[in-house]
Design a protein around this ligand. Structure first.
Ligand SMILES: Cc1ncc(C[n+]2csc(CCOP(=O)(O)OP(=O)(O)O)c2C)c(N)n1
Length: 322
């Protein structure tokens, strides 16, 4: 009897919760959305621009646009990975936005899946989908959830968000590509806080054991995580030595927000193919890079409110218009 009662209570609670969520969603959708950020920032799709510094500005502005329109997001850790995304999507990766499932394409797996809005901004700028979609970030019915989802977003090759797991998938993809002999390079981005997950090191060990020199990973070493600095929470140093000890080539990029330094590192990593070792590129980055008030928030910039007005001011700052 007791069991039945609990079960029917459970069903009732679930139904009420479902109806409430539905109600909130429909009220939210019926509210008019302020659109002044969208009005001035969404540019018409342009021909591919190989000026990586300009690309970085465009990606940063579009991150601000989407998160500012939504009102909240993982802004700090999105802004720190922009240069790596620009180099990959606009210089190095063998991809075709018109044929997103192209066999043998290079893959980028954003293991720190909460940086989805940064990847979406890169994909939209590269022509995978209309930039206007960025304004639907994390809203009901969107193709752009806050964390990467390969079943929803054109150009996203792996679902990520549970920290540690995406990197294992990247290692699996690199092994698969070797077995298929399709010539692809597999890229992955992991967070420094994420690097405290044991799963990262299991995957690292496996990748070296299987000689996956078609795998190039980045650590976004912004020295911050959700609730403090990495030094306070669980210090990673000496990080380069750790990766080297796990059998990886390691490239230490002094300024991971200098697009030229990042481009040089990726070129060097590609040249490591044939070495029988995967490559880790440590990017010393700044969480919130490009927008001073976001940098100044320090560890509070992990997942923070951004109003449309703040986004608009930040975009002017990025474009050097203030
Ligand atoms: C397995 C797991 N545990 C906890 C979280 C919650 N979480 C989301 S982001 C984050 C901090 C990640 O820090 P870091 O990897 O340094 O990312 P960044 O600072 O570059 O944004 C945490 C703990 C999660 N997504 N997955």
């Amino acid at each position: 009897m007791k069991k039945n009662k609990n079960t029917s209570n459970g069903v009732l609670t679930k139904t009420v919760r479902g109806l409430t969520l539905q109600l909130i969603r429909s009220v939210k959708q019926s509210l008019p959305k302020p659109n002044h950020v969208s009005d001035f920032n969404i540019k018409e799709d342009l021909p591919l621009n190989y000026d990586l510094k300009e690309i970085c500005k465009d990606i940063r502005c579009d991150i601000l646009t989407s998160i500012g329109h939504l009102g909240v997001g993982h802004i700090g850790g999105c802004l720190s990975v922009v240069e790596a995304l620009a180099v990959l999507y606009f210089k190095e990766m063998n991809i075709d936005p018109k044929n997103p499932q192209m066999p043998g394409r290079d893959r980028f797996i954003c293991s720190k899946g909460h940086a989805g809005p940064a990847v979406y901004a890169a994909l939209a700028n590269r022509g995978y989908f209309d930039k206007k979609e960025l304004l639907t970030l994390n809203q009901g019915g969107t193709n752009l959830p806050s964390h990467c989802d390969m079943n929803l977003t054109t150009g996203i090759d792996m679902t990520t968000g549970s920290l540690g797991q995406g990197f294992s998938c990247a290692v699996g993809a690199a092994l698969g590509s070797k077995l298929e002999k399709d010539g692809a390079t597999i890229y992955a981005m992991i967070g420094d806080g994420e690097s405290q997950e044991g799963q990262i090191w299991e995957a690292a060990m496996f990748a070296a054991a299987k000689k996956l020199d078609n795998l190039i990973a980045f650590t976004d070493y912004n020295k911050m995580q959700i609730d403090g600095t990495t030094a306070e929470v669980n210090d990673l140093d000496p990080l380069c030595d750790k990766w080297a000890a796990f059998g990886w080539n390691v490239i230490d990029v002094k300024d991971g927000n200098d697009v030229d330094q990042v481009a040089e590192a990726v070129a060097q990593a590609k040249a490591n193919r044939g070495s029988g070792k995967p490559t880790m590129i440590i990017l010393n980055t700044l969480k919130g890079c490009g927008v001073q008030w976001i940098v100044d928030l320090g560890v509070s910039n992990h997942n923070t409110n951004v109003t449309e007005e703040q986004a608009a001011a930040a975009i002017r700052e990025i474009r050097g218009e203030d």
